[in-house]
Design a protein around this ligand. Structure first.
Ligand SMILES: Cc1ncc(COP(=O)(O)O)c(C=O)c1O
Length: 400
């Protein structure tokens, strides 16, 4: 038994039953899962929670899964908090989601979405992806015995494209951006009959991403941080974490303090930052010529734009666009100085933090969480050309 009460349209508030699968609302807006929070409050305590296994499923009451036997899992651990002690004063903390199955936080959302798809008897799902979501989908679908079809931009990171196919998903490179992939998936819903698991085109992925907020709150002793930097593409993490904080507050588990939510994007693709700065409540036009190496944020017009902008405003947050070259340099510097191999998206959060402290929009003493959403090993690394011929005398002076 779950504590879900209904599904709710994020735009109109219209309610829908949760006992059958529904993609979006009648207003074509994302659906949010709503829970009986009073009943949850009576059913679970912080003390009980503290005794559970250190994985994502410790938050089962906050999830739409009907019971432990409905879980499709690859072993989703709680991810560590790593303070930056040399590049900052320890108050800047990386949440390292690279430890998740398939090396990214996409595992959280897709573990829930695939568990729900299986419970609803769905046998074929499809997704557009910048790479990581496709890899997670392929893995969880193989685990669940569900067929998966994945479309990604043909210039997505090579390792990830191969990873998707390696997990058994039918994998297609598309000569366009994620929105073009999304159009193919949407049209295939009628023509092929697969289920569209695109970001926010179904209500459950965001529930998985919500566990990042629950976990963060618990790891910090239920004292939420001052500010969260999140590399924002479709925005599920931003929306999911905010939902977590609201649910915890409604249960009386956290007070009224909320982190400022910072959407980190690229100067080469920053539709949410632009819309926020211009005072809009949606992205008016898709970003043109989206060419950034920060692949996870290369979403010209996110479907959940209104929800993301709402979170940024309600949290007194902001948007920060970073320069791709600065991010590449920062990623290398963090690996050398802190021993932490961030994804390019994670490094973007560090650059945004540095930039916004400099701009004065963020206080340098604030406790800041930087989301490293994927393992650094997913991206290409610079080649090494220093060679040694072991058959010849070695000049040891070069090592001194
Ligand atoms: C590593 C990484 N960071 C960030 C994002 C953006 O995530 P979201 O869609 O939740 O905004 C993605 C999405 O592809 C990603 O793969």
């Amino acid at each position: 038994m779950s504590f879900v009460s209904h599904l709710e349209c994020s735009q109109t508030g219209a309610q829908y039953p949760h006992d059958r699968f529904r993609s979006v609302s009648d207003a074509n807006a994302p659906l949010l899962v709503r829970y009986d929070l009073e009943a949850m409050k009576a059913a679970i305590s912080k003390e009980t929670l503290a005794t559970r296994a250190p994985d994502m499923w410790r938050y089962l009451e906050w999830l739409p899964i009907e019971g432990p036997d409905r879980i499709v899992s690859l072993g989703e651990p709680m991810t560590p908090l790593l303070p930056l002690n040399r590049l900052a004063d320890g108050q800047v903390i990386v949440k390292d989601e690279g430890r998740m199955p398939t090396g990214s936080f996409k595992a959280r959302g897709l573990a829930i979405a695939v568990s729900m798809a299986k419970a609803f008897g769905i046998d074929h799902v499809a997704i557009p992806t910048a790479g990581n979501a496709g890899a997670a989908l392929g893995a969880y679908c193989s685990r669940a015995g569900i067929r998966s079809t994945v479309f990604c931009p043909d210039d997505a990171p090579e390792t990830t494209i191969r990873e998707i196919a390696f997990h058994g998903a039918d994998t297609y490179r598309v000569n366009g951006l994620i929105n073009h992939c999304g159009e193919i998936v949407a049209s295939g819903t009628e023509q092929v009959g697969w289920l569209d698991l695109s970001t926010l085109k179904e209500p459950y992925r965001i529930e998985g991403k919500k566990t990042m907020g629950l976990e963060l709150a618990e790891q910090l002793g239920w004292d939420l941080p001052d500010v969260i930097f999140y590399p924002t593409g479709g925005g599920t993490g931003l929306i999911g974490m905010w939902k977590a904080f609201e649910e915890l507050a409604a249960m009386g588990w956290v007070g009224s303090k909320r982190p400022r939510m910072i959407a980190v994007q690229s100067t080469r693709c920053g539709p949410l930052v632009k819309a926020f700065d211009e005072g809009h409540d949606e992205v008016k036009e898709p970003w043109t010529n989206a060419e950034t190496v920060i692949h996870g944020v290369r979403v010209p017009k996110p479907f959940g734009d209104r929800l993301c902008l709402k979170v940024m405003r309600e949290s007194n947050g902001l948007g920060s666009m970073v320069d791709d070259y600065e991010v590449i340099e920062a990623r290398a510097a963090i690996a050398r100085k802190e021993g932490i191999h961030l994804s390019i998206e994670g490094a973007a959060c560090f650059v945004a933090w540095r930039q916004e402290v400099k701009s004065g929009r963020i206080n340098s003493g604030d406790r800041a969480i930087l989301f490293n959403c994927a393992s650094g090993l997913k991206a290409d690394l610079p080649p090494v050309e220093t060679r040694i011929d072991h058959t010849r005398p070695i000049d040891y002076s070069r090592f001194r």
